[in-house]
Structure formats: C-alpha cells, structure tokens
Design a binder for this molecule. Structure first.
Ligand SMILES: *Cc1c(COP(=O)(O)O)cnc(C)c1O
Length: 378
C-alpha cells in the first residue's frame, strides 16, 4: 500500500496530463506565458478571491508576503508550534522573530486563547512589535478564523493564512486561501493539489499587495519594465509545464478527488472513531485531508502501532515529531511559550494512508488492521 498514491493518480489521468505536457513542449514557452495566467485566474475563481499570484513554492509564497509587508528584525510573527518548519522559517529568514503559539487539543490548529496570551506577553515585554499571525490549515482543516481574525484586528496584526495543506478545505462555504489578508498554498506533489515538482501561490484581495508581490517575485522589477528594478526581490516563478499540469489537476480535484477523499475518510472514520481519536473536524468545516491523523495514548503505543502496521505493509508517517520551538534552528531566534498541548500531540500523533485513489480493498485492510491492533493491545 502507498501512503499517498501519486502513481495511481497519474495512471488514471494519464491521457489528459500527457497532452498538457506535450502542449508546452510543442509551444516552446517554458517560463510564463498564457498557461500561468490562465491557472492563476482559475485558482482565484475557485478560492473566491480577487488575485492569485503563482510562485516557485509555498515557502517562497510565505516569504514574498512577509517581504511585501516589510516584516523584518524587531517584528514578532505568531505561528503555531505544531506545523511544518517553513511556517516559522519564512519569518526567521527575514530576521523577524517567530513566537510559538500552542494548538487546540482536538483540531491541532492554532489555539486562539494561546494566541491572545502570546500577543499580550510580547506587547508587555516591549522589545518586539507584534505584526503578523500565520494560522495554518493543518492536515487540510482550516484554522479557527472566526476567533483568530477578530483577535488579529484587535491587536492590529496582519493575518497570513498558511493553506499549504488546506487547499480545498472550507469553513461555511468560504474556501481555504480566502481567510487571510493574504493566504498561500503549496503545489508540492503530496499536498491536496500537487504538481509534478515544486510550485506555490499567493491569494489576496489587496490591489497594492498584489502589485508589490508581482514585483518582488521578478527581481523587484517595475511591473511595466522588467529591467527597471525598484526593489530587492527574488526569482520565484511557477514553470509553464507545472501550470498546464495544474490546470488539468485542478479540474480533476474539483470534479472527483476532493469528494472522493472525503468519502474514503468518512468510511474509515465511521468504523474507527469509537476506538481512535482522530483530528476533530468541527461543524461547518470541511477538511481536504492533506493527512488523516490520529492520536494514540502514549509514545509507547505509537511505536507499537507503527510496527504493527508496517508488518502488514501499511505505511505511516509522523507529522510532526517535534514542536518547532524545540528545534536547534530556532534556538535564540524565537519566543517559546510553554506549549503543553503541542508537546502532548507530537509524542502521540501518527498519520495513516489516505487518498482519493485508495481501493475499497485497501480501505477495508486499514480498518481491519486498526481494529486488530486495539484488540491485541487490550
Ligand atoms: C508544505 C508546507 C509549506 C511549504 O511549502 P513548499 O512548497 O514545500 O515550500 C509551508 N507550510 C506548510 C504548513 C506546509 O505543509
């Protein structure tokens, strides 16, 4: 069994994907061109925002937004302690200070109470200026924007939604990618909408921000004249081949994959949620299931669980083994609250195979193996 079956995804959609790639080879335009613009229009429409700006990857997308807002040394950027490294790496790379906020024990997303407490501590301490909060839509589930956005407003912070894993998820019909003053996603192959290499995008309603980011991603050029550079930027583009692939894959995602992954997850959870604690998806939320994660009772039980599944050829992964605040790279450059929930979760969490292309035989095997594990344990 594959953890995420990209080979099967390709086999099922081979004809469409091959012809998309061939089209680019025939046209001979490999950077920019109309496919990139067409993809950006399609993505903006799907997410329901005015602008989509593609770039080279999700990490660049985070960095570009923070650069456009002028974030740097002396600024505090509030990030969840339980996420992929890039969420905190982007502000640290620009010299700002990541402040690690604890997460909710059920949704594993940024805890609004913990956020407000962290803001108050930073403001009271007085060394840093509180500037940005980066909520993460972890494992496909949008963060608690109903509570986080008002807190950000109250303290005058920008909201940068990290929807690298959240694409396709929603809250009351609003799609992930639409909750921040700016939002980002990643097209890394195993993300909900993946390409065949690296890729990323930024979403915003803000005309001015769109202009600055468009300039920053092309060496800080004047947007009317490529060789009239008006700021220091970077080179961050989505390749034309990836844009054509994503145009095809976005349609497949909309028409089939998102519904199918939700169905597969419902089947698995309906048989297992009485004996396992899954990431909670609250009312009015839809997850796009970048991961299907469960919490075991202890570090020890997790070790046994992983070994048991491996023996039955079911792969597992641990996202994430360590709170970001404990990583060596973050020594001295971050502010670390006592994030008890993050520590608890990172010792017990494990992700099991999920995808739109799981066979019903594979789903049955996952269910029966997980039931068997609990029986053997007790
Ligand atoms: C994958 C990921 C990123 C970075 O995306 P890349 O395209 O790999 O640079 C950022 N944030 C989160 C939460 C991610 O999962």
């Amino acid at each position: 069994m594959e953890f995420r079956d990209l080979k099967k995804q390709y086999r099922k959609n081979k004809r469409k994907i091959n012809s998309a790639i061939k089209k680019v080879l025939k046209e001979g335009v490999f950077i920019g061109g109309s496919p990139v613009q067409e993809l950006e229009d399609k993505l903006a429409e799907y997410v329901g925002v005015k602008y989509c700006i593609t770039c080279a990857n999700g990490t660049d997308a985070l960095t570009l937004v923070l650069m456009a807002w002028g974030i740097g040394p002396g600024d505090a950027v509030f990030v969840p302690d339980f996420t992929f490294f890039a969420t905190a790496e982007a502000p640290a790379f620009l010299g700002a200070t990541p402040v690690f906020v604890d997460v909710d024990k059920d949704t594993f997303n940024m805890d609004p109470n913990s956020l407000e407490q962290a803001i108050n501590e930073v403001n009271k301490e007085g060394h840093l200026k509180s500037k940005v909060v980066i909520p993460v839509d972890l494992f496909g589930l949008p963060a608690d924007y109903d509570r986080i956005v008002p807190i950000a407003k109250k303290y005058n912070l920008f909201v940068l939604e990290d929807a690298a894993q959240g694409f396709g998820g929603s809250l009351r019909n609003h799609k992930a990618g639409s909750f921040g003053d700016a939002s980002i996603t990643s097209f890394f192959p195993v993300k909900p909408l993946g390409c065949y290499g690296d890729g990323g995008a930024i979403f915003t309603e803000d005309d001015n921000l769109m202009e600055i980011i468009t300039s920053l991603k092309t060496h800080g050029s004047n947007n009317n004249d490529k060789y009239d550079n008006i700021r220091i930027g970077m080179n961050s583009r989505l390749d034309t081949i990836q844009a054509e692939i994503l145009k095809v894959k976005l349609d497949i995602f909309k028409d089939y994959e998102l519904n199918q992954i939700i169905k597969n997850t419902v089947t698995i959870k309906s048989k297992l949620s009485s004996i396992y604690k899954f990431q909670m998806i609250p009312d009015k939320y839809i997850s796009s299931y970048a991961q299907l994660s469960i919490i075991l009772q202890s570090l020890h039980e997790r070790e046994n669980f992983i070994r048991f599944l491996k023996a039955k050829n079911i792969p597992t992964y641990i996202y994430y083994k360590k709170p970001l605040s404990t990583l060596i790279a973050m020594n001295q450059r971050s502010i670390n609250m006592k994030n008890k929930v993050t520590h608890h979760i990172s010792e017990r969490i494990v992700s099991i195979p999920i995808g739109s292309y799981l066979k019903s035989k594979e789903i049955k095997k996952i269910i029966s193996t997980l039931i068997l594990f609990k029986r053997n344990e007790n």
